[in-house]
Every structure is written in structure tokens, then in C-alpha cells.
Design a protein around this ligand. Structure first.
Ligand SMILES: CC(C)(COP(=O)(O)OP(=O)(O)OC[C@H]1O[C@@H](n2cnc3c(N)ncnc32)[C@H](O)[C@@H]1OP(=O)(O)O)[C@@H](O)C(=O)NCCC(=O)NCCS
Length: 166
């Protein structure tokens, strides 16, 4: 584990880096689905919209030295809190940064006292394993799609006896 990973509250000077991290998150989804339309055109705006929605006190960044290398947020709605987003910049993955960010999110959500969920897309197998190992072992909602865009789906996972493409 890299020793000098610090998790701290978001501050306004982090905005540009956080926009860029969110862009990276969308690029990752574009990559795994081989679909360059995901996220629309102004990718940086997603962070700004999220910041307006949840507020700066529900966003934390990970730093190594003076560099912001990751981002986590909590979106509280009624008796549920969702981890959204979680992203570590590619060059700093597999060094324990994501684990520290998710631990912070869990710590803060426990104080809020709701349930805590996270909704990785079904094809994001790395993220699903990561969250499973972090303790997310209860399966909540399932989101089923009918696709009129003719995307290529992978075959298949089994759930409750149903074969589902993902
Ligand atoms: C998912 C994600 C946030 C994980 O971040 P990360 O910083 O790579 O996470 P960690 O380094 O803490 O853990 C990753 C793995 O590396 C291992 N690891 C941790 N520290 C390590 C180290 N020092 N050296 C080698 N491996 C290490 C962990 O055991 C973990 O293995 P696991 O996934 O089998 O549990 C990151 O991969 C990411 O940003 N992915 C793209 C965006 C995304 O999918 N976000 C989630 C959307 S819901």
C-alpha cells in the first residue's frame, strides 16, 4: 500500500481535476461498451451538475503529494445513500487509493445512518469485484434492459435462473 495517500474534503480549487476525473470515468464506460456516445458531449459538466446536486461536503478527493488522484461522492436520498462517483485516475490504480476512498464513503455513510449502495454497470466487472471485496455483498435492485439501439451485449451471466446478457 502506498503510504502517503490522503483523503480530504473537496475544495473549489479541485474543480478542474474533478471534471477531468469524471471525464475519465465516462471514457472508461465508453471503452467497456465500445460506445463513444455515452455521456454526451460536455463531459466536464457532469461533475459540475453532481456538485450542485450533492454539495461540496459530500465529495472527497484522494491526494498523493500535491496531486489529486481520485474522487468519491455520496448522494443521499431518503433512507438510501449511493456512492457516486468513485474514480481513481488510471496511473494510480491498484495502489490502494480506491480502497481508501470507499472506506471514507462507508465511514461517512455510517454516520448518516442510511443504507449504502453502489450501482456499477453490469459490464464493469473490475468494479463489481472491487465493491464485493469492500463488503458490498447484498444484491438490491436489478435493472433489466430492452435495447433498440442494437448495442452488442456480452453473453451471459445467470441470475435467479435467468440467462442475462450484460
Ligand atoms: C474501481 C476503482 C475505483 C478501484 O480503484 P483502485 O485505486 O484501483 O483500488 P485499490 O487499489 O484500492 O484496489 C484495487 C485492487 O488492487 C489491490 N491493491 C490494493 N493495494 C495494492 C497495492 N499496493 N499493490 C497492488 N495491488 C493493490 C486490491 O486488493 C484490489 O484488488 P480487488 O479489486 O481484487 O479487491 C478503479 O479501478 C477505477 O477508477 N475504475 C474505473 C472507474 C470505475 O469503474 N468506477 C466505479 C464506477 S461504479
Amino acid at each position: 500500500m502506498v503510504q502517503n495517500i490522503i483523503i480530504r474534503n473537496y475544495q473549489s480549487s479541485d474543480r478542474e481535476t474533478c471534471r477531468s476525473l469524471w471525464r475519465e470515468l465516462t471514457e472508461w464506460h465508453r471503452h467497456i461498451y465500445q460506445d463513444s456516445t455515452i455521456g454526451g458531449e460536455n463531459l466536464g459538466e457532469h461533475f459540475d451538475n453532481h456538485l450542485s446536486k450533492v454539495g461540496p461536503s459530500r465529495i472527497w478527493v484522494a491526494t498523493i503529494g500535491s496531486e489529486v488522484v481520485g474522487l468519491v461522492g455520496l448522494d443521499v436520498s431518503g433512507c438510501e445513500t449511493e456512492i457516486e462517483p468513485l474514480i481513481v485516475t488510471e496511473a494510480h490504480r491498484n495502489q490502494g487509493v480506491g480502497t481508501k476512498l470507499v472506506e471514507k464513503a462507508i465511514f461517512e455513510a455510517r454516520k448518516i445512518g442510511t443504507s449504502l449502495n453502489v450501482s456499477p454497470v453490469a459490464r464493469n466487472t473490475d468494479a463489481i469485484h472491487f465493491f464485493y471485496n469492500a463488503g458490498f455483498t447484498n444484491l438490491g435492485r436489478v435493472e433489466l434492459f430492452m435495447d433498440f439501439l442494437n448495442r452488442k451485449w456480452k453473453s451471459h451471466v445467470k441470475l435467479q435462473g435467468c440467462k442475462l446478457n450484460y
